[in-house]
Design a protein. Sequence first.
Length: 283
Amino acid sequence: MVQFAVQRKFTKQKSVSPSLSSWTMIGKKAWWYLRKIPVLYFWIFFGILVFFYGGFLLLKYTIFVPEYRIGKIDYARSSAQIYDDPYLYKSISSLIKGENFYLISWNTKTIIQTIKKEYPFVQDIIIVYKAPKTVLVKVLFSPPELIMLHENKKFGVYKEHLFELFSWNSLWNSGVVKLEVLSFNSWWALTGIFFLQPTADLMDDIQLIKEAFPDIQKLSYLPGWHRMIVHLWNNKKIYINNAIPIQPQIINYQLLKKYYSEFELLKEIDLGSLESDKIIVKK
């Protein structure tokens, strides 16, 4: 059998670069290892990247921006109307001026605690960004527990601290009982009032008096004699002895009011100068 030789079509063999082949193998191996890693790890890694990048942006556009460094401080007019002691606002300014607004905002509690050491009636300090290098500060105050009047001056009492009030301060007009301190020695009256009777005891006495005499107009206090004078709206004066328990004196007053026929004509009632069951009255 005769066979004829047929020439085949020539095909050029493509040569594979050794370097390309090795990179392909590395890629396949890397992909194989990546597929073995749990998906959760990818999310953790992604979260870490986002966290650090977000922190970078936060620092870049807040702390390191010159416009946020506090150079001017405007205080809310409402705060000054309530209480305008210049030393209070000077203390606040010394803590925040020159600082970064955002750092101060994150550290407000520390600033309040520092101010409260000297001004315990400061309730809160609100700092608001107003303009480049300028902030608005609003100070909130707790009402005083007691207001003391002495020689044409007014003082607020808050947690055993005494601070002066001025006639134009609305804190003075808060609905708090006003105690007029009467004494022949003005210096001793203020420095010794809480020495002879602690603030807590004095406040307890005042609370009992407020409950017993809801129509009270004013309270006067004589520290050296441990006496209080309750001024009622009908011009009646009630003398109370703070050196002895007040509750029995109040009970005697209630009995007098209930059984004494000429009670409405009385102008002065002394509950604590005699024995526990005796009262001095004056028409």
